[in-house]
Design a protein around this ligand. Sequence first.
Ligand code: GLN
Length: 191
Amino acid sequence: MLALQGDFREHAHVLTELGAHVVLVRRPAELESVDGLVIPGGESSVIDKLSRMFGVAGPLRAAIAGGLPVYGTCAGLIMLADTVLDAIEGQESFGGLDVVVRRNAFGSQNQSFETELVIPELGEQPVHAAFIRGPVVESVGPAAKVLASLPDGRVVAVEQGSLLGTSFHPEITGEHRFHEYFLRKVRARAA
Ligand code: GLN
């Protein structure tokens, strides 16, 4: 669990309920000890700055390239995107997902809202998704796969090998299936 900034406690709670042993990662040594990493929602420009300051940005890029399973929600998805639009001056991402995301893409009227999403990979029951100043995936490259879109076609969940990203926050709505789906990737790789 990347614990530099954002709602990492909510994620840690869900992961612990699902039986995972959660390590709060702030330093390279902690990163080395984990089999998978969740990047929480929060503020991507701050997570970027702190990750460079704490020296985890470089090792995390290398770990992602080496196949470390990583799940990013909202700001976490921004950090996983290869290209970020409407970033602040000098803002960098870790990258890994072959997507272009736009920060704060829902505009002032609709910055925060909740909706139901049908995601066949997670079963028949729709996902209740909470969006909080979330990003939109504006384009999806050939390496990445769309997991969920809004009714208007805007992409809000993607997957690429061991990487998973959602524009919304399953950790705050009692939705555990994304974390379960992610933990299966982590366990498969650790085994
Ligand atoms: N708007 C935030 C950002 O750009 C993301 C918001 C969130 O994670 N809830 O990082």
